[in-house]
Design a protein around this ligand. Structure first.
Ligand SMILES: [Zn+2]
Length: 389
């Protein structure tokens, strides 16, 4: 599916995608890497390895057994057609990274698949359209060796966690995945097995997750930061793939923000105040390294940037971001990921860090110029905003 979407969007993307997958292919075929036993958490490497042996992806509906070598795989992905010895010299560069696959679901939601190449462990973020996410999992390179161990929910809303029961049932029957852990910060998340609190960490193979409490959209909203152990690779990866416009990326430091932080926007304040959102966006997410990539829950970027232009019109970064986002959407491509640094520059709800921005907005809106007041005023203005065309 990923390849066909790319193919229909732009032929040149195929080459880019094949290059990326070729670079990744050796990491899938290499032996499982031994990690030092640093964690006894349920998602630790030892358990992932056990799961890998006990239950790999064996689609129950398949008439023939899954292929085990790249050359003989029945998968239709580009990776399946690549020789396993290609790009061997690059494998060490990507051994300690993670792969993020974007899966568009429902009207404008994004689910994400996270793969740890070193252990073959897999997690999914907000799989609210189970059939599509399961299908995407089956299309991954080496999907027969991958091992689904976790569902990660950013919050309890139906278009994020509402299909957990069905997803887990399908994962069991279609992927032979049993005992999948469900992480979230709210008891309203169906099938929740691990309720996390701010600062709590867990691992998926070699990937370290940190739960960041970011309440406001809902009281239990959690942003999940994911970091691979080899930060040195970040420079290489960033240079190659920082620009949005693909469906899959090699990453080392990302954050899944659900409906708290969008590209150039933020979620509605359903269960919190402007002070809560200010804390979540500025004190928590805004404190992450600027290179941290942002994977959000919806494709709202273009409409968010129209609003940003209306309140931050002199900001040339906003204008440029809108042009870029429109070009991507015209090709049917996602505008994720963004980065914390980019959001600090273009997102009006993060621009409240700048006193000059707040004072200008306060004068126009006739309100006080403190950042929390401006945060609330911007949210109300966005709720009312209609673009005049
Ligand atoms: Zn929501």
């Amino acid at each position: 599916m990923l390849v066909s979407r790319i193919a229909s969007a732009c032929p040149s993307r195929i080459a880019a995608f094949v290059t990326l997958v070729a670079a990744l292919a050796p990491t899938f075929s290499s032996p499982v890497r031994t990690l030092t036993a640093h964690s006894s958490h349920p998602l630790c490497f030892a358990q992932a390895q056990h799961h890998l042996q006990a239950r790999s992806f064996h689609p129950s509906s398949a008439a023939s057994p899954p292929a085990t070598t790249p050359g003989s795989s029945s998968s239709s992905t580009a990776a399946a057609r690549l020789p396993s010895h290609s790009h061997q010299t690059q494998s060490s560069h990507f051994a300690n990274t993670m792969q993020i696959h974007t899966v568009p679901i429902l009207e404008d939601n994004y689910s994400y698949i996270i793969v740890d190449p070193s252990s073959h462990a897999v997690a999914v973020v907000d799989p609210a359209e189970p059939e599509k996410v399961i299908h995407a999992l089956k299309q991954l390179p080496k999907s027969d060796a991958l091992n689904l161990v976790a569902v990660i929910n950013t919050h309890h809303h139906w278009d994020h966690a509402g299909e957990n029961v069905k997803f887990l049932e399908l994962a069991a029957t279609e992927l032979n995945a049993q005992g999948v852990n469900v992480y979230g910060g709210d008891d309203r998340v169906p099938k929740l097995t691990h309720k996390v609190t701010h600062g709590e960490t867990f691992t998926l193979g070699s990937i370290k997750f940190t739960a960041l409490a970011t309440p406001c959209h809902t009281t239990g909203s959690i942003s999940f930061r994911a970091q691979s152990p080899d930060g040195a690779v970040d420079r290489v990866v960033s240079d190659e793939s920082h620009k949005p416009g693909k469906w899959s990326y090699v990453e080392t430091d990302v954050v899944f923000t659900g409906d708290t932080l969008f590209v150039a926007g933020c979620g509605k304040f359903f269960e919190g105040s402007a002070a809560n959102m200010h804390h979540s966006l500025i004190d928590v997410l805004g404190a992450l390294p600027e290179t941290t990539r942002v994977y959000c829950g919806h494709e709202y970027t273009v409409s968010n940037l129209y609003f940003a232009q209306s309140v931050d019109g002199a900001n040339s970064e906003v204008t440029r971001a809108l042009t870029d986002a429109q070009a991507l959407r015209a090709k049917g491509l996602p505008t994720v990921p963004s980065s914390i640094g980019r959001e600090l520059a273009i997102n009006p709800f993060m621009r409240v860090r700048d006193p000059a921005f707040c004072e200008a907005r306060a004068k126009l809106a006739g309100v006080a110029s403190d950042a929390i007041t401006i945060m609330g005023e911007l949210r109300e203005a966005k709720n009312r905003f209609k673009r005049s065309t």
